[in-house]
Design a protein around this ligand. Structure first.
Ligand code: HEC
Ligand code: HEC
Length: 380
């Protein structure tokens, strides 16, 4: 009986082409996923349930899905930077989780490298889910999810398998087969409008591909590297960062960063490396599904793609250290419009399916699981 239900669920994934398809063969435009051990359908289903469970936050108000909203490109369109626990402001824009499985580093400063470990950042951040400790989270999970963890992993929740479950689910959020892919990789001339094709020409001519890369047989539209594109410089400038100070003999720090005196000062990659050359450098985001994930940049400062293009067209905010490829582009209004049409052609053909599939679980409470711990779907 249990097995039948499980099979049915696995078949459902196959039919919608999102879960099993993502693991086995990637959609057009994306390479096969790095072989990180193919998760079982049970792990994925558990991770999906956890993703929507508000009890993962200290006061039971906030789930992962409330900042990474399925219908908003698994990002958040409403706020430049989301609010977390008790309305505390989170410093950066909530990025999409679509195609996050491909990222070489996580967060816009690249401070984390594995999805399995990343989950603890929001869970423990005092302005996000605000849990006091790992043990606290595990005890709560044990009270609610013990059986489901046992079924998936042969043991109750642990620091390791909890990360594995959420990561297993996140790895299924693979969105490709965009109109651009069908045209560029699939050779379908009708897949892309004339404007979008001209926009692609402008995109390559303007050297956007130097950072938002396109390979021969796939495109991530990122080089997975960190660059100063003039976005953060203005804000850092508004609250000047003093030169290094000596905290105790021999230990140097930048007081704005170390003491967090101003949340508006974001030096990006520098926070991780403390290398002055990394000031204002942020990870190049993928441009896949970018039309769905406004607002833009690490702090969500631009509400529209038009505003992003205007930033590039103006040459960023020229200063020492800005990447030399960010320079005035002299784009016409037509060029800018076409460029946006091109960016809009990067929305995956399966995104709506992924969002709908995500909503097959309910916002967690015990009553929505049957005796075997299986999810009982509910419209919400
Ligand atoms: C309060 C809002 C909020 C909540 C809740 C939240 N996130 Fe995030 N998430 C963010 C923000 C903001 C960032 C970007 C932070 C940065 O770049 O420094 C982020 C980044 C990420 C990233 C990195 C993506 C990338 O491209 O680098 C992953 C993965 C992620 N979150 C997964 C989760 C999971 C899983 C949960 C639930 C356990 C969760 N988030 C809960 C706001 C949130
Ligand atoms: C030197 C490398 C580089 C070049 C060249 C470059 N970008 Fe970017 N792009 C980035 C980085 C880094 C970010 C993120 C900046 C931030 O978060 O502050 C970004 C962000 C973006 C975003 C916002 C994505 C999001 O999800 O927030 C868009 C859209 C974009 N770039 C389009 C373009 C276009 C169009 C061009 C060419 C005109 C271009 N980029 C040229 C590195 C580059």
């Amino acid at each position: 009986m249990l097995r039948r239900r499980w099979m049915r669920r696995a078949r459902g994934f196959l039919l919608c082409g999102c879960i099993a398809g993502a693991v086995a063969a990637a959609p057009l435009g994306l390479p096969p996923l790095p072989a990180a051990g193919v998760p079982s359908a049970r792990e994925i289903a558990l991770g999906q349930q956890l993703f929507f469970d508000r009890r993962l936050s200290f006061n039971g108000t906030l789930s992962c899905a409330m900042c990474h909203i399925p219908e908003q490109g698994f990002a958040q369109n409403e706020l430049a930077t989301p609010v977390g626990f008790e309305g505390r402001v989170v410093e950066r824009n909530a990025p999409t989780l679509l195609n996050v499985a491909y990222r070489k580093t996580l967060f816009s400063d690249g401070r984390e490298s594995s999805l399995e470990m990343q989950v603890w950042s929001p869970l423990l951040a005092s302005n996000e889910m605000a849990n006091p400790s790992i043990g606290f989270v595990l005890a709560r999970l044990d009270a609610v999810y013990r059986e489901r963890f046992r079924q998936a992993y042969g043991e109750g929740p642990t620091v390791v398998n909890f990360g594995r479950a959420l990561a297993a689910y996140e790895r299924t959020l693979v969105a490709g087969d965009a109109p651009f892919d069908r045209w560029y990789f699939g050779g379908d001339q009708a897949a892309l409008s004339r404007g979008a094709r001209q926009g692609f020409e402008t995109f390559t001519r303007s050297q956007c591909t130097a950072c938002h890369r396109i390979a021969n047989d796939h495109a991530h539209f990122t080089d997975e590297n960190f660059h100063d594109t003039g976005v953060a410089y203005g804000t850092a400038n508004a609250a000047p960062v003093p030169s290094r100070v000596e905290l105790v003999p021999g230990v140097f720090a930048n007081p704005q960063v170390a003491l967090g005196t101003s949340p508006r000062v974001d030096l990006g990659r520098y926070r991780i490396t403390l290398d002055p050359a990394d000031r204002w450098r942020f990870r190049t985001p993928s441009l896949r599904n970018v039309a769905l994930t406004a607002p833009y940049m690490h702090d969500g400062r631009f509400a529209t793609l038009d505003a992003v293009i205007a930033h590039y067209n103006a040459g960023g905010a020229p200063h020492d250290g800005q990447d030399p490829r960010i320079r005035p582009l002299g784009l016409s209004a037509d060029d800018a419009r076409n460029l946006v049409a091109f960016l809009e052609s990067l929305t995956g053909g399966n995104v709506a399916q992924l969002a709908a599939a995500a909503r097959t679980v309910s916002i967690g409470d015990v009553g929505t699981m049957d005796a075997n711990g299986a999810t009982v779907p509910r419209a919400n």
